[in-house]
Design a protein around this ligand. Sequence first.
Ligand SMILES: [Zn+2]
Length: 277
Amino acid sequence: MPTSPHRFRLFAFSLLIAFLGTLSTAQARRASKDSGSSTTVVIDAGHGGYDRGGIAGQRVAEKDMTLDVAQRLKRVLAASGYRVVMTRDSDVFVSLGGRVAIANSYPNALFVCIHFNSAKRMGAGGIETYFYSRDSLPLASAIHYFVAGGAPSSNRGVRRRGYYVLRKTNIPAVLVECGFLTNPTEAAYAQTASYRQKLAEEIAAGVGGRNSVTSALTTARVATGENIPLQPYIDQTKVAKSERHRSKRSHKKSTRKKSSSKPAESETKAASKDQEG
Ligand SMILES: [Zn+2]
């Protein structure tokens, strides 16, 4: 059981995520059909050009998977009436500052970053979703609810971390890691068009369902962006087992966080490394 106030907040956040898991799929699916007519979504396909993404020696290029899911997401959202803006729509390099500038030029938009994970340990797998600002939590929760629920991979939880593209954007911003390309099973899934289409549809369902999750948060009164601490590592699947291990890692992570100019790509890689030790 958590003893310190910090631990308690983590515990409360875990409860919140557990609560979100109990929302009926039908209810959320209904909400996801809300029209997107007045909403702009800026889709950010991670990496691109000379930045392949992932870790050294990785067989499947992350930049290709992120672009394909992003383009599918664009089509799904556009078909539902959303206005869609892409930070990149081909295999080109766009700086993190450039991505943020695009996002911030649409003040009422939502920002969705698509990434895939990697780790040295082949067995590492699962879906994780990141947010930073309190306004981004409902979108993160909703996207994670659908993607983690729709994927055969394990649920690694919603996490709060100061990635550059999440920290510097002025609009609700979420980064979803759609599975590990270094995991043979998840890489095989990612390489099928039908699975990438499924991912796009689940992310779109999360975008559409963001308001239903917001109201669930309000009703639950368990947690808001304000009382959720900056928490670099919340693994909902292994809370009890890795408690000690994790606090050491959190310490390391807070040291790293001080170099604020570090690009998100390195942070993503570092994150994967940390998660897998
Ligand atoms: Zn990435």
